[in-house]
Write a protein that binds this ligand. Structure first.
Ligand SMILES: [Zn+2]
Length: 713
């Protein structure tokens, strides 16, 4: 038995050797062709200027290449590497427009082999697109466009590419882009001259011959995941649709009609990995897909990482591009919001799209700095002011629709949020906060009539997240708010106007008039008007009132209320009852149930605290309202706050003496940062409870709260 087995083994071995020698002599690739071939297609889409993770993709690509499980590795993009990061979008070096370059250079270094043109590839204009196409070491594909080369600057892109892989396997890749009802992809139409875009489904059907001409037919679709699934259903013979545009994270790619349909999210959060397995006849016998979360990948390719770092260094140069100069700062939501919305109203780029914008609105939450300047304003300042890159969306709205929107928006937190351009508005509420009406005035102060229709610009955040009705659907201009502000400063507004208009004064385009009416829980009576108007440039009665209340209730030397916690532009009528329900309309911080912190500080530290806060917020020279018996002077020099001197009962506070100081517990930490408080404790009562106790006890608010306790020198 044993002998027989041995003999058989020998015979087999001899046969293998013979076969091997035969193969060597006559058909070198035959041995390999007996096995299955596994080809990995790595893919990304909608990278949108995210440059950080290319080094991880390059490292992963090498790992898969070195992994004997796979026979070949291909890397592709389903479009939209452009737009979304100033490093890429504002890449202007030494005055030379190189927008988009960092992305395509990094894609070269990472080893991309094909890309389908996404809608945002047109954002920088055709000239930049041509330059980026020339820079790319890989084809930038697009099948569903007809380029009229007499009109357009760009050439007709290749519709598809044929990638020759191992073992003679050929993979065809077809590029498609989304087309809106307007006939254009989502980008600035003015960049699309000479281009006719075709229905992607019709185009796909014209290219089904690719499945016969290649061993695997792959579609790089920048159309969107829903469409991709429909296409897989409708067109037979596609092996994989690698998608983009909808930013869909497809964790477990479905197989639809034998087609794997996938997409890798966006912003280089994921690397997609499609594995196609071919049998010895080069037929696809298996398709799998998965996503790799790049956050969890440690490995980085060093050469690519160095390139990324050098582009990140260039950001400094881009951000330092100078746009304008101001002697005083442009400060606070009111003035910064006016600048942002005026930029939209007066945009030449929007006018070029044939929109004559009457009004624009900027939400306060989207104003991301407290002030800009004094000094040179740069591209970097504007990207800090509006870091989101929101687009501008155009609506037709009637007078009533605008009023309704503003009333709804005010009611959300009993405060002004939308900063207008092209108009001023006043919200009129009764004493318990019911909105009675909204008055719109044009910039000359004339009331805007009812029954008219206006062209209104919103940023894309307001357009998608706020409640309002309009006569038309929003039309996306694909212009960004931050670019529009840059153009406004560079090309539209003179430096004199910038200086005298936005930087010099407190622009009060919005106000809240609280008028008599409504009934609630009466807590006091006021002889005087309670106001927050001018809260950043001097004493206001609402600020003084709270400071007086806290001083008396908490028995401290100095009590205070910070101006940024007061509602903007609000007035409460004199000679009227004050209701519990009225207070939140004057004091914004009451919505947060803050307590009060009582600190013991030296006179020197008290002055330092007020000084640092006045400077930090940059909302004009004054921001801390103080209690009766306290006064302070603000010394200005060249538009900047130089010093603050505090006087208690007529005498300057002594540097080393200790004083008790009370202020909102939330903002206290910022005050304390500037000084070295000796001790501090926080009250159990909220600010609102302290004021209520004071008002109930006192009964009547008198003209003591009208005192000017702040002097600017
Ligand atoms: Zn897109």
């Amino acid at each position: 038995m044993t002998t027989y087995l041995k003999k058989k083994n020998i015979i087999i071995s001899l046969f293998v050797v013979a076969a091997f020698i035969g193969a060597m002599l006559f058909a070198p690739q035959m041995a390999k062709a007996q096995e299955n071939t596994k080809i990995v297609i790595l893919h990304t889409n909608d990278e949108h200027g995210s440059i950080e993770n290319f080094s991880k993709i390059a490292a992963l690509k090498k790992q898969f290449e070195n992994n004997s499980e796979y026979d070949d590795v291909i890397l592709v993009s389903a479009g939209d590497p452009s737009s979304g990061n100033p490093v890429v979008d504002e890449y202007v070096i030494d005055g030379e427009n190189l927008r988009g370059k960092p992305m395509f250079d990094l894609m070269n270094a990472t080893g991309y082999q094909a890309l389908t043109l996404g809608n945002h590839e047109f954002d920088y204009g055709q000239e930049r697109l041509i330059a980026n196409m020339e820079l790319a070491n890989f084809p930038m594909l697009l099948a569903n466009v007809d380029v009229d080369t007499n009109e357009a600057d760009m050439p007709q892109p290749e519709p598809y590419t044929m990638i020759e892989s191992v073992n003679g396997i050929k993979i065809s890749m077809l590029g498609l882009i989304q087309v809106q009802e307007s006939g254009y992809p989502s980008t600035l139409p003015k960049n699309l001259y000479g281009l006719t875009f075709l229905n992607p489904m019709d185009t796909l059907k014209e290219y089904t011959h690719l499945k016969d001409e290649s061993d695997a037919f792959v579609v790089l679709s920048h159309v969107g995941h829903n469409w991709d699934q429909e296409a897989a259903e409708e067109v037979d013979g596609i092996d994989a649709i690698i998608g983009g545009h909808s930013h869909t994270v497809v964790q477990n790619p479905p197989i639809v009609n034998n087609t794997l349909v996938t997409q890798a999210g966006g912003d280089l959060e994921y690397l997609g990995k499609v594995t196609l397995t071919f049998d010895e006849n080069k037929n696809v016998i298996n398709r799998t897909g998965e996503l790799i979360k790049l956050e969890n990948v440690e490995e980085k390719d060093e050469a690519v990482q160095e390139k990324i770092a050098s582009y990140q260094n260039d950001v400094e140069e881009i951000f330092s591009r100078e746009l304008a100069y101001v002697d005083n700062s442009i400060s606070g939501n009111s003035n910064l919001g006016a600048l942002m919305s005026d930029a939209m109203v007066n945009s030449k780029e929007i006018a070029d799209l044939d929109y004559d914008v009457d009004f624009a609105f900027q939400n306060s939450g989207g104003i991301r700095v407290g002030s800009m300047g004094p000094g040179t304003l740069t591209v970097g300042n504007i990207f800090e002011l509006e870091p989101f890159g929101n687009n501008i969306i155009i609506y037709k709205m009637t007078t009533q629709q605008i009023k309704d929107m503003l009333a709804t928006n005010y009611k959300r937190d009993n405060s002004i949020d939308l900063r207008p351009g092209g108009l001023n508005y006043e919200i009129i509420v009764n004493q318990v906060g019911d909105v009675k009406r909204v008055v719109l005035n044009d910039m000359a102060g004339n009331e805007i009539e009812d029954g008219k229709t206006f062209t209104v610009a919103h940023n894309s955040y307001v357009a998608s997240s706020y409640n309002f009705e309009a006569e038309t659907e929003g039309k996306n201009t694909y212009l960004r708010v931050n670019d529009t502000i840059i153009h406004y400063l560079e090309d539209v507004i003179s430096s004199e106007k910038l200086q005298s208009f936005y930087a010099a004064q407190d622009l009060n385009r919005t106000s809240v008039a609280i008028e008599k009416g409504g009934s609630g829980e009466k807590v006091a009576y006021t002889n005087v008007e309670l106001s927050t108007i001018g809260k950043a440039t001097g004493s206001v009665s609402a600020g003084n009132l709270f400071a007086d209340a806290a001083k008396e209730v908490l028995d401290v030397d100095v009590a205070a209320f910070p101006s940024d916690q007061l509602a903007t532009g609000a007035t409460y009528p004199a000679n009227s009852d004050v209701f519990n329900e009225s207070l939140g309309m004057l004091y914004s911080s009451f919505g947060y149930d803050n307590n009060v912190t009582i600190a013991t500080v030296t006179g020197r530290d008290l002055e330092k605290m007020l000084l640092s806060q006045a400077r930090y917020y940059g909302e004009g020279p004054v921001m801390t309202h103080v209690s009766s018996g306290t006064e302070y002077t603000v010394e200005m020099e060249n538009g900047e706050i130089k010093d603050i001197k505090v006087y208690l009962n007529g005498e300057r506070v002594s540097p080393n003496e200790e004083y008790t100081f009370a202020i909102n517990s939330y903002v206290y930490k910022y005050y304390a940062d500037a000084a070295d408080p000796i001790s501090s404790k926080t009250t159990n009562e909220t600010e609102e409870e302290i004021l209520l106790e004071y008002l109930r006890d006192k009964g009547t608010i008198t003209d003591a709260v009208m005192e000017e306790r702040i002097t600017i020198e």
